[in-house]
Ligand binder design. Structure first.
Ligand code: A2R
Length: 323
């Protein structure tokens, strides 16, 4: 089977490519001429990279002609909530237009259309009251950031193209996922990087932090991409699935866990106002029953392991960058 992974050079794309190769898929991925390839350099001779900017329809048509996929996992996106506050139009443009281009390009194929995974987010639920937890797929969508609005758009667009054209589109709402290769703008990865830099003496022993009260439902990225491949095969077209662990960690708990593993003992924690968002989603805890029923999936890697692997990843990177 041929799989097209958009955004293969990103954090999730690189992990999905590994799983797809292990399952003997022929792997195609989109990249741009200036995409950093460090996440996939170890896979370069086993995957096909096709240059494509997904905001451009003719570029997307060429991508699909070349890859001729049986499956598409559409990961490419402006993926960072925080950045979306500064670039709302760019976020909406990238996330909505890239997907509409892909769906338009496969629309004519109908019967032979590839199964298409829309990558949504728990951020779509946004404002959730305590009595609405854990979050199921029927919870209202009350997005609280431009990023979240862009993901609601992708989600409902997937529904519309399924209804209007009968395309085999499966929608996901992925709760937070972390692990090695996570970009350092994301809070867990950022903390791990700061600790690795403090340990190496490259940073004074002060951790800069934002809102530590937010609570998130974390899953290891390697479990998440296994879930995506299961959905490609077993997901019901038109349906939407939460992917989550059902257990929440506060950002404070993540920080404490990582600080406990630091080899430097006295690290000061300091609030950095630039890391606070105009409105932050206070708590997201999901219910993955629908996903479990459809595919048998449940996360297997404890989050403690994920955080330890992330810290080791940053220790290796910081050591390499010092050579
Ligand atoms: O920006 P690049 O060239 O490094 O590539 C990124 C790609 N991407 C695009 N590809 C083609 N045309 C575009 N206009 C375009 N804009 C962005 O998306 C990169 O390969 C990928 C994003 O990678 P990350 O930022 O590491 O995101 P991550 O964590 O892998 O997220 C995957 C999905 C996204 O839909 C998130 O919104 C969701 O999971 O959470």
């Amino acid at each position: 089977m041929r799989i097209l992974i958009t955004g293969i050079t990103g954090f999730v794309g690189s992990h999905l490519a590994e799983v797809a190769l292990a399952r003997d898929f022929e792997v195609f991925g989109s990249s741009r001429w200036r995409s950093k390839t460090e996440n996939i350099d170890h896979l370069r001779d086993r995957i096909h990279l096709i240059e494509s900017d997904l905001r451009d329809l003719s570029s997307v048509q060429n991508l699909l002609r070349t890859a001729a996929p049986d499956y598409i996992v559409h990961l490419a996106a402006q993926s960072f909530v925080q950045a979306s506050w500064h670039t709302p139009a760019e976020t909406l443009n990238t996330n909505a237009i890239s997907q509409v281009n892909l769906l338009e390009a496969i629309r004519e194929r109908r019967a032979g259309a590839p199964r298409f995974l829309v990558i949504g987010s728990s951020e779509e639920y946004g404002l959730v009251h305590e009595d609405e937890l854990p979050i199921t797929e029927t919870n209202p969508l009350r997005p609280l950031s431009p990023y979240a609005v862009s993901k609601v758009t992708q989600d409902l667009m997937g529904y519309q193209y399924f209804k209007s054209y009968g395309l085999p589109i499966i929608r996901t709402r992925a709760f937070n996922h972390e692990g090695p290769r996570r970009g350092d703008v994301f809070v867990t990865s950022n903390f791990a990087r700061q600790i690795a830099e403090i340990e190496s003496g490259r940073r004074e022993p002060v951790m800069l932090v934002g809102n530590l009260k937010a609570r998130r439902d974390y899953t290891d990225v390697r479990d998440m991409v296994r879930g995506y491949t299961l959905l490609l095969e077993k997901g019901e077209p038109g349906e939407v699935y939460n992917l989550c662990s059902g257990r929440a960690w506060s950002i404070q708990e993540v920080l404490d866990f990582l600080l406990n593993r630091a080899t430097v003992r006295s690290i000061e924690v300091r609030e950095d106002p630039s890391r606070l968002r105009p409105s932050d989603v206070p708590v997201l805890i999901g219910d993955a029953s629908r996903m479990r029923k459809a595919t048998g999936w449940r996360p297997e890697i404890p989050f403690e392991q994920t955080l330890s692997d992330l810290l080791e990843y940053w220790r290796r990177r910081v050591a390499l960058s010092g050579r």
